[in-house]
Design a protein around this ligand. Sequence first.
Ligand code: PAF
Length: 282
Amino acid sequence: MQVISAIPALREALAGRGRIVLVPTMGNLHAGHISLMEQARAHGDTVVASIFVNRLQFGPNEDFDKYPRTFEADCAKLREAGVDILFAPTEADLYPEPQTVQVDPGPVQELLEGECRPGHFRGVATVVLKLFNAVQPAVALFGKKDYQQLMVIRHMVRQLALPIAIVGGDTVRADDGLALSSRNGYLSEAERAEAPRLARTLAALRAAVLAGERDYAKLERDAVAALNAAGWQTDYVALRQQSDLTPPSPAAAPATGANAVPLVILAAARLGKTRLIDNLEI
Ligand code: PAF
């Protein structure tokens, strides 16, 4: 595996390498990332992973400084996963001057995660477009755990007519259901034992909808109350349409039956100091 940090060197290394597949990450790789690397192989000739902790997508009181950086261990995992090239730019490589041109991802950035983390998706879209320009992949893979992020990226690609196919990889979970995330490493032992409640809450809500419950607002309220009663501080539990993450009306967008509309439940909640997100499609 070649490890490259400068964009000109990357372009040189990628010349004549066929169909390029990119898996962007912020490092601290877990089985969810590795599953994306393994899937990437089927989509092209050269698999490129990137590691870059992107300052632009962190709010002023978020965890940019303490975000786990485990470069050597990440390299070993990527080598084992058969990645061809690791693009690991420094901030000077990617942002040699203040990034005054940024991507506005449109209305989807105002919802849910965007509402809780103002500017987050602008930072994500900007760095992803910059990574796309550096790597020029034919295909890029992103985890579905960051459901809204995947939607923002698909929307950007469509609206800017980028010649890149976006593939979403299924969320990888621990045996107890907790969605794998780099931020799980912040959890204390007791918090780690409690954390699977988030996935269980989503599964219970999904089961209620599939059983015919149509008062979606009550389901959301009950789920938030149950999490908060167990010691969480919940930002949202939201039942939304997969197409645009707007709220469904149970009559116009039934979750089951002949006119079923694809729905998704998304949640974000804090356990101690750690903010976890998860989602489940219906
Ligand atoms: O999902 C992530 O790890 C990041 O948001 C991404 C897509 C690599 C952009 O920094």
